[in-house]
Ligand binder design. Structure first.
Ligand SMILES: Cc1cc2nc3c(=O)[nH]c(=O)nc-3n(C[C@H](O)[C@H](O)[C@H](O)COP(=O)(O)O)c2cc1C
Length: 434
């Protein structure tokens, strides 16, 4: 676990992702993937329908009718008409396979067919629409999965790895104007197989230092927007940091007004609509890039806060950050986290997050990024049905590794295919129409 999340340090640590994921796998022996090597994992993700199946159909399609029997016997005529029928069936099969390719070019099974099928010209392949594409405040995402703030988001290398593993966008660790060392350990406690409690204390190297990481990352010309998460103790600090990171090349800013365990910032700002309005207005007046506001569930009415953010100019909102929570060691009789109270994340919070997204979707007219406990493609779809335009994944990376981006995207694609839908945009907010 300790390699995945930024530890209490004033300088960031360069961490290799393979090291990070394998360490994590070992720390969770109950995970079904605990003994699976990366190579074996890749193997299990190969398309279920091999390309040869398709080729086999083509061979059968061109198979000649039996020729060693006399031409005009009744039996031979019957065989010939059976063969014609068979040919037509295979032709139809072939056409329907091509339609699937046109509608679902990113589908892992059809993708393989596309690449290996010489009858499909390269220019046609290029013009195929991508069913997973989505958009948030002018940012084009090749798919709706985003790396959540605070998970592997502190270095160029780890952010790049998340993109290479299929993330449609990445959010950095929350960055403050000055470096922060964070809290003493223990900073993370595992609650169940799929949920964590953390109070890291927002360790980060500060805005000026982190700007170099963003500049470096943007040099790689990656096909995924980089969203810089910003934390501050005053509206001025939020504005200064947002300005530095936007200038360094961040494609958007996510304002963390929702961290539940650091005093005088985060949710202490995000619980007060007047303070939310002040911070969002100042940042919006200073930078030209899209501003996303990350909301806290630790309020009586999240809709009131979402409305305040949108009225102040927020281009999108993220819902939700962690829930204020606690765990106590029954042997020592002491709270486990050094900070005592932390933020609960993972599957345990998913139904709360779904409710928040659903309520916000009814009240505001900006894109919502759903976050909280997303572990499978069904979770991602559920958030989109509630009203999310895209989703963020955090804790599940700890149990499943970075391949989760590909797995979830593959699952969403299959879901769209089964529902006969051409675009993921068609499911956004669909549960409100019932
Ligand atoms: C170890 C850890 C560190 C986090 N750090 C941040 C952070 O720096 N900024 C932030 O906005 N959210 C942070 N979060 C919250 C996540 O971005 C996310 O909102 C939350 O964990 C819910 O999503 P999940 O259930 O998929 O993890 C952190 C979460 C965890 C588990």
């Amino acid at each position: 676990m300790k390699f995945l999340f930024p530890q209490s340090t004033s300088h960031h640590t360069h961490v290799s992702v393979s090291k990070a994921t394998s360490t994590l796998t070992r720390t969770n022996p109950t995970s079904p993937r605990a003994t699976t090597s990366p190579a074996a994992t890749q193997h299990t993700q190969k398309p279920r329908i091999p390309t040869s199946n398709f080729t086999l159909n083509n061979i059968e399609l061109h198979a000649k009718p039996p020729s060693n029997s006399p031409k005009n016997t009744i039996q031979n005529q019957q065989q010939r008409s059976e063969h014609k029928l068979k040919s037509r069936t295979f032709t139809l099969k072939k056409i329907s396979a091509l339609n699937v390719l046109a509608l679902h070019p990113a589908h892992p099974e059809t993708n393989n067919l596309t690449l290996n099928n010489p009858t499909i010209k390269p220019h046609i392949r290029q013009n195929m629409p991508n069913p997973l594409e989505t958009e948030i405040a002018g940012l084009q995402l090749r798919n709706p999965t985003i790396l959540a703030a605070g998970i592997l988001g502190l270095t160029t290398t780890t952010l790049q790895e998340a993109i290479n593993h299929g993330a449609g966008a990445v959010v950095t660790k929350s960055i403050s104007q000055k470096p922060r060392t964070g809290y003493n350990n223990p900073t993370i406690a595992q609650i169940d197989n799929y949920s964590l409690l953390n109070a890291m204390g927002l360790p980060n190297p500060g805005a000026n230092y982190f700007a170099q990481e963003i500049r470096e990352l943007k040099k790689q010309h990656l096909h995924a927007p980089v969203i810089a998460s910003v934390i501050g103790f005053t509206p001025h600090e939020y504005t200064q940091t947002a300005q530095i990171l936007a200038k360094a090349g961040a494609d958007a800013i996510e304002l963390n007004i929702s961290c539940p365990h650091v005093k005088k910032t985060g949710s202490e700002i995000g619980q007060n609509p007047n303070l939310v309005s002040k911070v969002v207005k100042q940042v919006k007046n200073t930078i030209k890039k899209p501003v996303i506001v990350k909301l806290t569930p630790n309020v009586t009415d999240i809709v009131e806060i979402a409305k305040a953010a949108v009225q102040a100019g927020a281009d999108a909102v993220t819902a939700i950050n962690t829930l204020r929570a606690m765990t106590i060691d029954t042997e020592t009789h002491k709270p486990i986290l050094a900070n005592k109270i932390g933020g609960l994340s993972g599957q345990a919070i998913k139904p709360i997050a779904i409710r928040c997204v659903y309520e916000i979707h009814e009240a505001v007219n900006v894109p919502i990024i759903g976050c909280g406990g997303i572990t499978t493609h069904q979770d991602a779809v559920e958030f989109m049905l509630a009203g999310a335009t895209a989703i963020q994944i955090g804790t599940a990376i700890a149990t499943q590794g970075l391949n989760i981006f590909k797995t979830i995207n593959k699952g969403i694609n299959t879901y769209l295919h089964k529902k006969n839908l051409g675009s993921v945009k068609q499911i956004i907010g669909l549960s409100h129409h019932n």
